[in-house]
Design a protein around this ligand. Structure first.
Ligand code: NAD
Length: 333
């Protein structure tokens, strides 16, 4: 009798199925079952009969789920995301559940969106689209700036910020950066400067820090007041890194030329929902959407062919490693 390892993968979207099938084909001894529902107290009983668990979800997992998973024989929970804040690492540990994540599924995916957002702003594409939507096809007042004539300021030159710095450098831009830790490998593409100096000198400030106690509201009223009135802000990291009300004020008062936002505080209430014809649940979003110099994308930095494949592969590899008694490099607790 062949004993199959059974892994249950939750919150699976249709666009992940091809990557899951490719992994499954490479692992004939494992049976991957997919489902669209999230791991919650109300659904945990449906995980019975499986050996491994892979999740990717919006809502925090309730405390009673962990002992139930232990009682059902689970040894791990693998998140196929970089962030794992929906999980309580201590409760997982107390219940002998190894938690793994996908620390770097594709820094290029987010860095390329930072580049796309930057070009959208510096070429005034949002403003041309706005005019065109009113059948106004004039170009006056919207002369663009070429990227190699600009200074790009990277805040947080880690995996994604460092990759973005390399892309901007390759296009001939001057790249300056601020980080708590300086990476010698990046010194051929960027110059490290104090935080306030980056804000003062940059034509585009691109945010790539992780959300922690030092980065919450890092871009506040004071920080925005240091930026040039011709400068743009790009936020691809986490909504709470920017004080949204201060950003709205700065844009309304023309202290800033525009912004591109792939993340926004409160986004769990509106991003990846179809709210067509409904009142928006955020007045900040209403205000930002009304501004023609603001680009908003619904947290899609990660949403590329390569990143989705890596999230599937690395999370399933991690789950299988635990089930086979190994210690995965992606273990976080
Ligand atoms: P990373 O840990 O490699 O880089 C973060 C960098 O920020 C580090 O170098 C760190 O030293 C620096 N940093 C932290 N606090 C700082 C501060 N106060 N001042 C200056 N620098 C500071 O992380 P990463 O893989 O590059 O990811 C960065 C962030 O991007 C993630 O934490 C996540 O929030 C976000 N992200 C967004 C998407 C998306 O779809 N838009 C996808 C993946 C990740």
């Amino acid at each position: 009798m062949i004993i199959m390892t059974k892994i249950l993968m939750l919150s699976v979207r249709p666009d992940e199925q091809a990557a899951i099938k490719a992994w499954q084909d490479r692992h004939p001894g494992v049976e991957v079952t997919t489902a669209a529902w999230e791991l919650r107290a109300s659904t945990v009983d449906q995980t019975a009969g499986f050996d491994g668990l892979v999740i990717q979800q919006r809502y925090n997992i309730e405390a009673e789920v962990y002992p139930k998973l232990k009682a059902l024989g689970f040894k791990q929970i693998s998140a196929r995301t970089a962030g794992f804040d929906v999980l309580d690492l201590n409760l997982a540990k107390q219940n002998n559940l190894v938690v793994t994540n996908v620390p770097a599924y594709s820094p290029r995916s987010v860095a390329e969106l930072a580049l796309a957002h930057t070009l959208r702003l510096t070429r005034n594409l949002e403003l041309f689209d706005d005019r065109a939507s009113r059948q106004d096809f004039r170009w006056a007042g919207l002369q663009a700036k070429e990227i190699h004539s600009l200074t790009i300021g990277i805040i947080g030159a880690g995996r994604i910020g460092g990759t973005a710095a390399r892309l901007f450098h390759a296009l001939g831009a001057k790249v300056i950066a601020n980080d708590l830790v300086e990476n010698p490998e990046l010194k051929d593409v960027l110059t490290y400067l104090p935080f306030e100096e980056v804000l003062k000198q940059a034509d585009v400030v691109s945010l790539h820090v992780d959300l922690n106690e030092t980065t919450h509201n890092l871009i506040d009223e004071h920080a925005l007041s240091l930026m040039k009135p011709t400068a743009f802000l790009v936020n691809e990291c986490r909504g709470p890194v920017v004080d949204t009300d201060a950003l709205i004020n700065a844009l309304e008062n023309k202290q800033l030329a525009g912004a591109a936002l792939d993340t926004l505080t409160g986004e769990e209430n509106f991003f990846n929902f179809n709210l067509e014809g409904q009142a928006l649940p955020s007045q900040q979003l209403v205000k930002l959407r009304a501004m023609p110099n603001v680009v908003i994308t619904p947290h899609v930095g990660f949403y590329t062919n390569i990143a989705v494949q890596n999230m599937v592969d690395i999370s399933l590899d991690s789950a299988l490693a635990v089930l086979e008694g190994q210690k995965p490099t992606t273990q976080v607790n």
